[in-house]
Write a protein that binds this ligand. Structure first.
Ligand code: NAD
Ligand code: IPM
Ligand code: MN
Length: 352
């Protein structure tokens, strides 16, 4: 199990240190951890947010465990030098186009949701977010026009093969769940979305056992708060998936609870090469205070064991320990409790 561990900035190193403690407590045979700098810390040390040596380490590994990148001190840098380019670069360079973001209400956590408990109780959904295209990776820039107005642009586009491959991931995921797939777009306004909808509808022919419906993203955002229990699997583009997943996190309690897996086509001995990270960022407002919830990162490690190493039992063991810790009332500040970052992972380790 060769894992590249890239902690990054802010609370990234805090939650990753706890996740490594959990992995070490599991006594997994053959665990090898490789280090690397990403983000603002990498820019400070090497002059680039994703140094070549980090990328080399990433390629040597079977999986990447990623913390978070981003620092307000870097907001004025040219875009290609900003910390966020580390995660965008890894996703692009390694062809990690399929981002899985599950959101499930843990038992006894209904009261921690931003929604009423009876609405929160039913949540068990998976967002399948396309990660290599959309407005994120199109031509972008700023300029001053002849009449002196500043102008900015970001080109949104998808090609049919990009939509087809993520649609198939969505249908396959739905097939393994409750066989309902909701595709989220903005086809009433955007041509990119009309193509998205047409291609997803074509792919549906390959999956007669899965029920497909389509929602406009504004309605989807509303439905996610009104009745999130209606969703099983959601497939959507890069930008809409980014926004809806942060929103889904508060429906189940906290952004500190949502893990993710970013997968491509490269196979490993036990599964698929992937990058695993909490959906949250570097949280500069709480960094260095021991307040970060490490559970999103710990649950990301469980996804790593499942998807990249085929280690389903250890993955479930971690997930069960997290569920038990939460059921026992272990909660950080994000969930209205007082447990510190280390106390939360101690509680998980004690329940493995
Ligand atoms: P953020 O996710 O870092 O924080 C949003 C809010 O949630 C903050 O109030 C923060 O304190 C809280 N929060 C986040 N994670 C938490 C945790 N584990 N426990 C408790 N509270 C938590 O989003 P932001 O503030 O918009 O962005 C901060 C920086 O992170 C920016 O530079 C941004 O670009 C970057 N970012 C990076 C990633 C990534 O590395 N994949 C993801 C999102 C944002
Ligand atoms: C995420 C983050 C990233 C994204 C940023 C940091 C580039 O918000 O992983 O959700 O927008 O994909
Ligand atoms: Mn995000």
């Amino acid at each position: 199990m060769k894992i590249a561990v890239f902690p990054g900035d802010g609370i990234g190193p805090e939650v990753i240190a706890e996740t490594v403690r959990v992995l070490e407590a599991m006594r997994l045979p053959g665990l090898v951890l490789l280090g690397g700098d990403v983000g603002a810390i990498a820019y400070q040390r090497h002059g680039h947010p994703l140094p070549p040596e980090t990328l080399t380490t990433a390629r040597e590994a079977d999986a990447i465990l990623f913390g978070a990148v981003g620092d307000p001190s870097c907001d004025g840098l040219e875009r290609h030098l900003r910390p966020e380019q580390a995660v965008l670069g890894l996703r692009a360079e390694l062809g990690l186009f399929a981002n899985l973001r599950p959101a499930t209400t843990f038992e006894g956590m209904e009261d921690a949701s931003a929604l009423r408990p009876e609405i929160a109780r039913a949540i068990d959904l998976l967002i399948v977010r396309e990660l290599n295209g959309d407005v994120y990776f199109g031509d972008k820039g700023q300029r001053t026009t002849e009449d002196g107005r500043r102008e900015g642009w970001d080109m949104m586009s998808y090609a049919e093969d990009e939509v087809r491959r993520i649609a198939r991931i969505g249908f396959e995921a739905a097939r393994g769940r409750n066989k309902r797939l909701t595709s989220v777009d903005k086809a009433n306004v955007l041509e990119t979305s009309q193509l998205w909808r047409d291609v997803v509808t074509e792919v549906a022919g390959e999956y007669p056992d899965v029920t497909l419906d389509h929602l406009y993203v504004d309605n989807a955002a509303m439905q996610l708060v009104r009745a999130p229990g209606q969703f099983d699997t959601i497939v959507t583009g890069n930008l809409f998936g980014d926004i809806l997943s942060d929103q889904a996190s508060m429906c189940v309690g906290s952004i500190g609870l949502l893990p993710s897996a970013s997968l491509g086509e490269r196979k490993t001995a036990g599964g698929t090469f992937g990058l695993y990270e909490p959906i949250h960022g570097s949280a500069p407002d709480i960094a260095g205070q021991g307040k970060a919830n490490p559970l999103a990162a710990i649950l990301s490690a469980a996804m790593m064991l499942r998807h990249s190493f085929g280690a389903e039992d250890p993955a479930q063991k971690i997930e069960a320990a997290v569920a038990r810790a939460l059921a026992d009332g272990i909660r950080g500040a994000d969930l209205g409790g007082t447990a510190s970052t280390a106390e939360i992972s101690d509680a998980v380790i004690a329940r493995l």
